[in-house]
Each structure stands twice: as C-alpha cells, then as structure tokens.
Design a protein around this ligand. Structure first.
Ligand code: TYD
Length: 201
C-alpha cells in the first residue's frame, strides 16, 4: 500500500521545528516507517542548493527555480521511493513554501509557480499539510531571539505579513488538505492538537 505524504509549513518562527519530532514519534509508535526530511534539501544536491538559497541574494525567479530544482531531486530520490514502499514521509516544507515565500513574499507570479509545480510534481500533492500559524509579531519576536538568522529570517515585518497571508489563502483554497494549527498557545496544547490529527491518519 502506498504511504502518506505529510508536510509542515508556516512562517519562520511559527514553531514547526519544535513539533516535528513529536509527530515522527507518534507515527513510529504506531509501527509505520517514517521518513523525516526537509526542503530545500533532503538530498545531497538539495542540501547544497539549500546552503546557496539560504545565504545568497538572487533574483526572485532564480530562487523559485532553484527551490523547484531541489524539489525535483527530492521527489525522485526520497519522496516517491518512500511513498511507493508504504512509508510515511514527513517533510519540513514543500511547494506551499514556494507559493508563500517566492510568490507572496517575493512577487513571483502564481502562473509561473503553477507552471513549475505542474512540471515538477503533476500528480503529487501532500495528503496532509499542517500549517503552523502565529501572528506576525509573535514570529518576528521569536526570530529576534534566534542565533544566526539566515537570509529569510532577516526579512522585514512586511515580508512576513505577505508570507502569512499567502499561506492562509492557500489553505483556504484546499481545506481538505490543510489543517491550520494555532501555534500561539502553550506548546503542550499544540502537541495535543497534532497528536489528535496524527491519530486520524
Ligand atoms: P526553515 O524550514 O525555516 O528551516 P530552519 O528551521 O532550519 O530555519 O528554513 C527554510 C527557509 O527556506 C525558510 O525561510 C523558507 C524558505 N523556503 C522558501 O523560501 N521557499 C521554499 O520553497 C522552501 C521549501 C523554503
């Protein structure tokens, strides 16, 4: 039986990294093979592109193209083989991040991103996308306390406002795939919400 593809999304500072290990543990404790991966990255080539993407300035469309190039490799090397053998793939970000960051944040048109999406994964969409949502001020405050911020984490409040809005409107368009998690509440409460969702998988 084919596995399931779960993606985690949200602004920087929305708290998804805290909760990924809990989701992995919950799935593993039910006996599933779980592949824990991330974007940009997930393959040697993708991790190389990640270092460039997170630290070098570039044209917004170059950024979009490299995100999807890394994704193409990730799907071929990691995601598809894992799903085919019945594993659960948990990916820290996927294409919704390109629509939010390169689309909403940098202004790459939806048409161009949709073109890349239909090229790179015409038949693949996550079975479930957990969108970690917090008010922009909360995310910016959390980032202010972060150690060495990368290129995206140094962006402005205006940028993060566009990211959040882009994510929420994407979630509204595919309510059957998205679960929006209010992560501006105590961690234990968020954890419980997530475990309840994972239980239904
Ligand atoms: P992130 O997932 O937040 O990792 P960490 O917790 O280690 O900082 O960092 C990845 C960054 O890449 C994040 O700022 C969003 C950005 N990104 C895009 O702009 N477009 C994409 O398509 C993807 C996958 C990520």
């Amino acid at each position: 039986m084919r596995g399931k593809f779960i993606t985690l999304e949200g602004m920087d500072g929305a708290g998804k990294s805290t909760h990924i290990p809990e989701i992995i543990t919950a799935l593993e404790s039910r006996g599933f093979e779980v592949v824990n991966t991330r974007e940009p990255g997930g393959t040697p080539l993708g991790e190389g592109l990640r270092r460039i993407l997170l630290h070098e300035a570039m044209h917004p469309e170059t950024e979009a193209l490299l995100m999807f190039a890394a994704r193409r490799e990730h799907i071929a090397q990691v995601i598809e083989p894992a799903l085919a053998r019945g594993a659960y793939v948990v990916s820290d970000r996927f294409s919704d991040a390109s629509f939010a960051y390169q689309g909403g944040g940098r202004g790459v048109t939806a048409e161009k991103l949709e073109l890349l999406e239909s090229w790179v994964h015409p038949d693949l969409q996550p079975d479930l996308t957990l969108l970690f949502d917090v008010p922009v001020e909360v995310s910016v405050q959390r980032l202010a306390n972060a150690r060495s911020p990368d290129k995206f984490e140094q962006e402005s409040v205006a940028f993060f406002t566009k990211i959040r809005n882009a994510y929420l409107s994407r979630a509204a368009k595919s309510p059957e795939r998205f679960r929006v998690i209010n992560s501006n509440q105590p961690k234990d409460r968020v954890k419980q919400l997530l475990l309840d969702i994972v239980d239904t998988l």
